[in-house]
Design a protein around this ligand. Structure first.
Ligand code: PLP
Length: 236
């Protein structure tokens, strides 16, 4: 008789469901603490569990533990695993956090609840068309390239006001939030502050900022949504 290798046994401890749930509990506690430390209500901070590269089997325990907000960075990958998962957990809120090509805009509008990566006029135009066509209204966040990094998506900070106005006035889109990914090798704090300023002067209530390494700092600086992957699911 052939012995089939147990897949679980070959994973490192933090990749098992137990490890993931322990990590999740710790991240939840740290979010609550970080909010209280700056006199904010913990429920005003939403944890977006970033499940990119992880499969349904890794995600299910986190759903079972009550999390409902998840982030994925690729449209096709998200469709592959979330079509089934969404049938089991109908109240899931799925965020697209990776760059969106216009040829995927239709699927993105049909499938995602929040698109965090609106970053150019042409995409705004295409999204407006797809929203009108489908009747679905995913929430839209504008992504700001706070570090003006050439390789990174996002509208430049000095062009953000005009971009937001154009989304609103030219394309009839509601911009619910702003999102940023600070440069990897810089202090995140000035980038979080900059995003907060742009949001404030444009009357935008949602700030999606802070990842595994810096979500507490982001909460201190007003994040309403923190996007945490590695610290929950383990290394990708
Ligand atoms: C992958 C990713 C995250 C999560 O990063 P971690 O460091 O794993 O927490 C957050 N935001 C975006 C846009 C990402 O692509």
């Amino acid at each position: 008789m052939q012995v089939v290798a147990n897949e679980k046994a070959m994973k490192t401890p933090e990749q098992t469901a137990g490890g993931t749930l322990a990590h999740l509990a710790e991240i939840r506690a740290r979010i609550v603490q970080a909010a209280r430390d700056c006199d904010r209500a913990p429920e005003d901070v939403t944890l977006v569990c970033v499940s990119k590269t992880f499969g349904a089997e890794d995600i299910k325990p986190v759903l079972e533990a009550g999390e409902r907000v998840f982030g994925e960075n690729k449209v096709q990958e998200a469709l592959g695993k979330w079509r089934e998962l969404k049938k089991l957990y109908a109240d899931v809120e799925l965020h697209l956090i990776g760059p969106l090509q216009t040829n995927k805009a239709r699927e993105a509008v049909e499938f995602f609840d929040v698109i965090e990566t609106l970053d150019r006029s042409h995409l705004a135009a295409v999204l407006a068309k797809e929203i009108a066509r489908s009747g679905r209204h995913p929430k839209l966040y504008a992504q700001v390239n706070t570090g003006a990094e050439p390789q990174k998506a996002g509208v430049l900070p000095q062009e953000a006001d005009q971009f937001i106005a154009s989304c609103r006035n030219d394309h009839g889109l509601e911009i619910s939030g702003l999102m940023c990914i600070p440069p990897f090798d810089e202090q995140a704090s000035p980038h979080f502050a900059l995003l907060g300023q742009i949001a404030k002067r444009n009357g935008i209530p949602i700030l999606s900022m802070g990842m595994s390494a810096d979500f507490e700092l982001a909460i201190q600086q007003g994040a309403t949504h923190v996007r945490v992957g590695t610290a929950i699911f383990g290394k990708r």
